[in-house]
Design a protein around this ligand. Structure first.
Ligand code: C5P
Length: 244
């Protein structure tokens, strides 16, 4: 079960240099299956950071949240496939055609079942957005209405899953069923501080609620012993996976 938990634990590489990223991957690759490379690190270091993670034995979640015209997003996602990432994401707000086109282009270079086929994920509504944020841009619907609606649209477009708050897992499961991947940040084990996260769940609660992958950063990176913190998280995830 612990090996299974490792494949579901994603460490957020929220650092600004190649050397720092490499230090974390070397330290954690026995506990952590995937490393999330976001806009800051990728803008700074580029594809070589993806190559480094893979060389060190990890897999990559390329968290660049593409949102553009369908052709541009589809072609950028194809390039992510060529880098050999395991997960890549787009904004569902980019629309159905953008996602459908992306899935079609990825199907061409890495069909389903192909070893290099990444999980194609959609972001529904950013958890930093509130009802007021949505109203301001002309969306008169609640976050809890928009999240399952966009998740369902992503699924219909052929996407493999979504990134979502642990609080939204039940809504998404109800809309999309059991075979749609849910990746959740905002996870805090009992031993860690909340940092700037407000609505959090523990790793065990998130898995029990139906999350498939957990993104965890500071509870590991800010721990006195990061490897021990990751081990504790794996234990908690394993226990919840076993009970599921
Ligand atoms: O350090 P922490 O565990 O809070 O890191 C969580 C990671 O997940 C960060 O990279 C953060 O940007 C990302 N994230 C998040 N909440 C979201 C979406 C992404 O915390 N709703």
């Amino acid at each position: 079960m612990k090996a299974l938990a490792k494949e579901r634990l994603i460490f957020a590489l929220d650092v600004d240099s190649f050397a720092e990223a490499e230090k974390w991957v070397r330290q954690l690759h026995r506990q952590v299956g995937l490393f999330k490379v976001g806009k800051q690190l990728f803008t700074r270091c580029g594809p070589q950071v993806v190559e480094m993670v893979r060389r060190e034995g990890g897999s990559v979640f390329l968290d660049l949240k593409y949102h553009d015209i369908p052709n541009t997003v589809a072609m950028a996602t194809v390039e992510a496939c060529r880098l050999g990432v395991r997960m890549v994401n787009v904004h569902a707000l980019g629309g159905r055609e953008m996602m459908t086109r992306t899935v079609a282009e990825v199907d061409r270079v890495a069909p389903r079942g192909h070893a290099e086929r990444p999980l194609l994920l959609a972001v529904t509504i950013l958890t930093s957005s509130t009802e007021a944020t949505l109203q301001e841009i002309g969306i008169d619907r609640s976050v809890r209405e928009m999240v399952p609606r966009l998740a369902k649209m992503a699924q219909e477009a052929g996407m493999d899953g979504v990134v979502a708050s642990p609080q939204e897992v039940d809504l998404i499961r109800a809309a999309c069923g059991p075979d749609f991947a849910i990746v959740t940040p905002g996870v805090r084990p009992g031993f860690a501080s909340l940092d700037d996260q407000k609505r959090v769940t523990t790793p065990g609660e998130a898995i029990t609620a139906g999350a498939d992958y957990l993104v965890i950063g500071r509870p590991i990176s800010a721990a006195a012993d990061p490897v021990a913190a990751a081990e504790l998280i794996l234990d908690e995830m394993s226990a919840a996976l076993q009970a599921r």
